[in-house]
Design a protein around this ligand. Structure first.
Ligand code: ZN
Ligand code: ZN
Length: 132
């Protein structure tokens, strides 16, 4: 079982299957809601994701988007579309072992902060992978 938590531990979750995808998002929405220059995400089958402790709060950062976060410590945990239940994104850095699923690419470089430089050699996309 793959497990993770918010910073204070009030919210814990488990994944019963490995993620489908692992990426780093440079979009301005992820940046502002997290207060961090980029956010790493795992794309997971929603049926494989379970909150095992606590009750996260929700925030609609855009139309048709629900982000879950801990209302005690503020850790951002998930991103989901309310009009697409085929996946949920889980913040990679909230895993108990974030080294387990390294990213394969970067997305939304069109929103990037100019001083962010990665030397990991991974593919970079101006929008989502697939959007070009
Ligand atoms: Zn917390
Ligand atoms: Zn983003």
């Amino acid at each position: 079982m793959i497990t993770g938590a918010c910073h204070c531990g009030a919210i814990r979750y488990a994944l019963s299957a490995p993620p489908r995808q692992s990426m780093i998002c440079h979009c301005r929405t992820c940046r502002r809601v997290s207060g961090a220059p980029v956010v790493a995400w795992l794309t997971v089958d929603p049926h494989a994701f379970t909150i095992t402790n606590g009750k996260p709060a929700h925030y609609a950062s855009s139309a048709n988007v629900a982000r879950q976060f801990c209302n005690q410590c503020g850790t951002q945990l998930t991103y989901a579309r309310t009009d697409d239940d085929s996946y949920i994104d889980v913040a990679t850095a909230t895993l108990d072992n974030p080294d387990a699923f390294p990213p394969s690419h970067h997305s939304w470089l069109s929103h990037d902060i100019a001083w962010i430089k990665f030397a990991d050699g991974l593919p970079m996309f101006q929008k989502s992978r697939g959007d070009g």
